[in-house]
Ligand binder design. Structure first.
Ligand SMILES: [Zn+2]
Length: 420
């Protein structure tokens, strides 16, 4: 495997739609370090987010550097070109040192018959009984099954190889981290499929350090995991076992680990994840983004006055455009429209009522996951307000920053702390 920029064992993806919370986010990493757990900060922003907000990838690098300087952060940090493809990667190459190659669109499209046959012939070890340490029941994989999986995923992996080579050519192999993401697709990848995918990635000589599969269950935006926690735990453990096995078998980077996308707010799976990571002595990358935008709104609402007013205006606009805003996110939100309060109701709310409905505190009887999810997908409303929104964030910086830091540290990093 060629050289690559190494990624630390625990890393945390910090998305920030409006680019104002870099310091508050980094402070959460500093607090975790204070507890003996080092989360490498990775600022991530996808091509899609940049186009919604109208920002350039270089602005994310500038934000990260400003935060690092302000806090005197001395250890590594990275800037992730999130969910890029061959057509969109170029403007990310200079400012990024972490690339999430999104090849989900090619899943299910078959590679050439000759390539599939060559892959299956090259990997007799995948056929038959495949015993993997820490997986009780060995995988029983037929040749037909390897062919099926290759037909489904080989083209996607070949695409990843092309994007990797393209970046490597202009950036140099030693200067970046590679993630491959397959989360934005219909069906989850099973642990045996993950093994076959990793064999194909090794064939492409991609020094992959994080892989984002689609896990079982729903990873809705900004709210808790919805699904069978026991089944998730079983598959998460098996995925870790498969990764440890594939590292040895195929010479993949020792630092290869899982990347959990839409990783924010999945409170009910953090403890199973923490247990599994401890058992395997494995690292993890947890990617978050929208949760920080919601903390901005919470901070504004908590500030009261013009802060609360702008938060209410954003909701009033969002509820009027509920179908339009929700449509693109249909597979990653679950909103009960009957639970959405009217704009008139919300306009009468106090700071406390607004904050209680929005903050992800499942013990608070005022917490309203439908309200929270609608606002999650409504950040374009704030983008349209332009300077008025940004000025409100600046004016109420202290209270917004406190919410951003506390959310990441208390509700996300602490439950995942490896040493517990
Ligand atoms: Zn993703």
């Amino acid at each position: 495997m060629s050289q690559f920029l190494p990624l630390g064992k625990y890393s945390f993806g910090l998305g920030d739609r409006f680019g104002q919370q870099g310091k508050a986010q980094l402070r959460a990493c500093a607090l975790a370090t204070g507890l003996g757990a080092h989360f490498v900060p990775v600022w991530n922003k996808s091509n899609r987010e940049h186009s919604f907000i109208g920002s350039e990838p270089s602005s994310l690098r500038a934000e990260a550097e400003a935060a690092v300087k302000a806090l005197g952060w001395k250890t590594p940090y990275h800037v992730d070109a999130d969910h890029i493809r061959l057509e969109t990667v170029d403007r990310f190459i200079a400012p990024s040192d972490f690339f999430t190659l999104d090849v989900a669109d090619s899943i299910g499209k078959p590679a050439s018959a000759a390539d599939v046959k060559a892959f299956v012939d090259r990997h007799p070890e995948l056929i038959g009984t495949v015993a993997i340490p820490h997986i009780a029941q060995p995988f029983a994989i037929t040749r037909a099954e390897v062919e099926r999986v290759a037909n489904k995923f080989l083209l996607a992996v070949q695409d990843a190889g092309k994007i990797y080579q393209h970046i490597a050519k202009s950036k140099g192999v030693a200067n970046f981290i590679t993630e491959v993401s397959m989360d934005e697709t219909d069906s989850p990848q099973t642990p045996p499929e993950l093994l076959i995918i990793l064999a194909a990635i090794a064939d492409q000589k991609i020094p992959i350090q994080t892989i984002a599969p689609k896990f079982t269950g729903r990873f809705n935006k900004g709210v808790d995991y919805a699904g069978d926690v026991k089944q998730f735990e079983k598959e998460f453990n098996e995925d870790l076992a498969v990764i440890a096995f594939a590292i040895r078998k195929y010479g993949l980077p020792m630092s290869l680990k899982l990347s959990v996308h839409s990783g924010s707010d999945k409170f009910s799976i953090y403890e199973p994840m923490r247990r599994a990571l401890k058992k395997f002595d494995a690292g993890v990358h947890v990617k978050t983004a929208g949760t920080t935008w919601l903390e901005e709104l919470i901070g504004l609402a908590e500030a009261g006055g013009d802060g609360l007013e702008i938060a209410k205006e954003i909701y009033a606009y969002a509820i009027e455009h509920v179908d339009e805003f929700c449509a693109p996110y249909a597979s990653v939100i679950d909103i009960d429209k009957s639970k959405l309060p009217s704009a008139t109701t919300v306009n009468g709310w106090s700071s406390l009522q607004f904050v209680s409905a929005l903050r992800h505190d499942q013990k608070n009887p005022g917490y309203n996951p439908s309200f929270r999810q609608l606002l999650h997908v409504s950040f374009k409303v704030a983008a349209k307000k332009g300077d008025r929104y940004l000025n409100a964030l600046k004016k109420h910086e202290a209270v917004v920053a406190r919410n951003v830091t506390e959310n990441l540290f208390e509700r996300h990093m602490k439950p995942l702390l490896p040493g517990k």
